[in-house]
Structure formats: structure tokens, C-alpha cells
Write a protein that binds this ligand. Sequence first.
Ligand code: SAM
Length: 472
Amino acid sequence: MYDPKSLHASEFIDHGEVLESLQYATAHARDAALIDEIIDKAALKKGLTHREASVLLACELPDRMERVFTLANQIKHDFYGNRIVMFAPLYLSNYCINSCVYCPYHAKNRHIARKKLTQEEVAREVIALQDMGHKRLALEAGEHPTMNPISYILECINTIYSIKHKNGAIRRVNVNIAATTVDEYRMLKEAGIGTYILFQETYHKESYEKLHPVGPKHDYAWHTEAMDRAMQGGIDDVGLGVLFGLEGYRYEFAALLMHAEHLEAVYGVGPHTISVPRIKRADDIDPNVFDNGIDDDIFARICACIRVSVPYTGMIISTRESQAVRERVLPLGVSQISGASRTSVGGYCEPEPEEENSAQFDVSDRRTLDEVVSWLMDQGHIPSFCTACYRAGRTGDRFMSLCKSQQILNCCHPNALLTLKEYLQDYASPATRAKGLAMIDAELLKIPSDKVRAKAMQYLEAIERGERDFRF
Ligand code: SAM
């Protein structure tokens, strides 16, 4: 029985309810009246149920689908403005005792180079990331109780926050590590992490167990209930995601939204972010052996449907996607992207020698951060290096209420401009700097409050003089 308030995975991701929702969606895929009703509801910007959202995803009426795309763009702008938050992943260790059949870290893979960063190496990588202009990282690691225990992750977080190189600083560390205990989540919270990210991979239990044949990750309930434990450990910003390609995308989509409904029902706050990774080629991994790959059209449809269904949740696209795909889905509601990513353990400070491949997957977007920043501005997006909310304690429901009250133009928007200015001043090429300064001038006019605008201009001048780290 579907029960979003239950703490049991089998009840908040109820297989029968997912199947019924998919049947319902298929039966109504050409039901113009119902689809219009659902789009009208989505236009109220309060979200949709997993069942309603499934109907939109299945919709076979092209003009109605166009309405969904337009609405996704509108909602993105209403809640997030034209900012795109930038981050980079930092892979700490690829030692892993799991057996995920899509991941090159799987324990039986003998030819991937196994690596784990020492604290000196972490420091060197962080300096290289700071020198590019990054302020926000997502830490990544395999699961290994002796090689990457929680004490190692905590030590790395501490090292990362302690490094201040020139004007650089990593101000927010998000963490994507295997499902763990409430106590360990509490330790991560105390170490000052931002979002705890964990991809479900697939919500389909039977497939999940086959795709994770041995190791701690085999336990579906342990993995699926991880966000509950994270919340109980005090982490109120959690990031969901599925790895598209493993199972039917409609199943994953409905279940992902059920997971969001569950978090909202139990903790009063939905997921902070949703990621939409697709399986990529990697050492020992051929993405073509997975039957459920989705093309770019379906991918765009999924992004738009997520945006209209959970309007307050950030959406993340990594460098798994090419420039062209990113360009296509950015206007459909994406709010965060990575730039200049390396998926090898190390590799920012010095590129990894080819014979030593430790990478998790091939990246498609290989541009430098400066190129990505410049391209974003060409598309009318403000690249933002802002980390203010979390540092001002605006996490969980406090961030959500800021978002819901649409106060973003008086808060996040000026913060985006301040952090862009820092980037332009410290790291950008001359061409990117010129483009960015013109953008800041134009964007300042959008700040509704005269007081906030005047303060922002004051801060921008201070940044010009070399001062740093202002925020609203
Ligand atoms: N070990 C942690 C866990 O088990 O959740 C962290 C995961 S890993 C460093 C980050 C994510 O990369 C995984 O959750 C998975 O979704 C994704 N991933 C693994 N193999 C991939 C592949 N071949 N292509 C694209 N993404 C992949």
C-alpha cells in the first residue's frame, strides 16, 4: 500500500502504485481535457502528484507538450531567475567493495587504476579548483570501510575548508557517498557539508538487486531509506537522482517523485536537488548493454516534467551531457551545472596519465570553466558561484520558503552577481570579464528593491577594490 508517510521503502515507493500510475498515464496519454487540467494545476507553481506528472511525461499531444516546455521555462525563471549555479566534482577515492554492474569501480574490475587522495593531494586538487574559480564542490567516493571510512571523508572535508589560496575558497562541500548510518550523517552535518547527494540508481527493487548483486549496496531498503537517516542525522538538504538507462524511465520518474512526496510528507521539506545522470561509457562498462537508454528528446521531456512537478527543487546536469544537450535542457529548468569536471581520482592539478585511468565515466563536456561561464552568459544565464544560503543557515525549509515566496530577485540574484564579479575579477579571461561586467550592469537593474540594489552596487565596488565574500 502506498503510504508517503511510512518510513519503509516498500511503502513510500510502492511498486503497485508505480505500476498503476504508469497504467493511468498510458490510458490518458491523449486525454486533452485531463492534460490541460494538469498543466493548469502545474501553472499554479505548487507542484504535481507523481500520478499527474506521469500523465505529462506520457503525453502524446505535441501542442500540450509544448505547453509543458514553456511552463518549465517560466517556472525556472519565476523561482530561480536566470542564474545557473556552478560546481565541480572532486573524486577522493575509487576503492569500492560494491558490485554495481554499470560502474567501473565495481570490486571485480582489476584494470581500473585504484587511487585514493592523500591529504596533501586533496590540498593540491583544491588549490587547482580554486585557481579555476570554483567555490562549490561535490565530493565523490566509492564505498570501502577500510580505505574510505567516514573518518577519511571528514578529514578531507576539513582539509578542503581549511585551504585559502590567493582569493580562493571552497565555501560549500556537498557529499555523494554511499548510504550510511544516522550517526555518520550527523558527523557529516557537523563537518559543515551542504547537500548530501545519493542517487537511487533505480527504484525498481528487482532490477536494483540484480544491478547490485553483492556488497552493502545490494540492500534496497538500506539504500532507499538513506535520505530518512540523513534527515534524522540533521542534514536537511538532500539530493535525489536516478541513473537513467538502468530501468524504464517512466517507472523511475514516478518513483522519484514518490520519493520527493515522502520527504515532504515526513520532514516537511522536499529534496533540495534532483540529478538526472545517464549511463556513460567507462572503463569496463559499455552503456549499450543496458536496454533502457533514453534519447535526447525523452531526456528533455523528463527535465521539463521534473521542473513543473517539483518547482522548488534544484535540478542538476553534469558533464556527462554534451554542450549541445546542456544547451537544450538549461531553459527547461536546470539550476546547477558542473564545469571543467574530472572524474578521475586527482586530475585537476595534473592530468592523469592515460595508462593510469581511474575515471568513473567519460565526460562529454570537456570545456574549461572560463569557456562554460562565457557560454552560459551567451545563452542569457548568469553563472553563479553563490553559496550564501547554506552559510547563512538557510537550508531545508528555510531555503524552500525563500524560494516559495519568490524573494530570489532580492537575495539570490544579487548574490549571483557578487560571486560572478569575484570570478571575473580573479579568474576570468579578458573576453569573459568584459562580457560578464556588461551582464552585471544590465542585471543589477532587475533587483526590485532600491535598497538592495544600492547595497549590491556598494559590494560590487568593494570587490573591485579586492575585498571578498559579501552576501545577502
Ligand atoms: N559510492 C557512492 C554510492 O554508491 O552512491 C557514490 C556514487 S558514485 C561516486 C556517483 C554516481 O555515479 C553513482 O551514484 C552512479 O549513479 C553514477 N555512475 C556510476 N557509474 C556510472 C556510469 N558508467 N555512467 C554514468 N554515471 C555513473
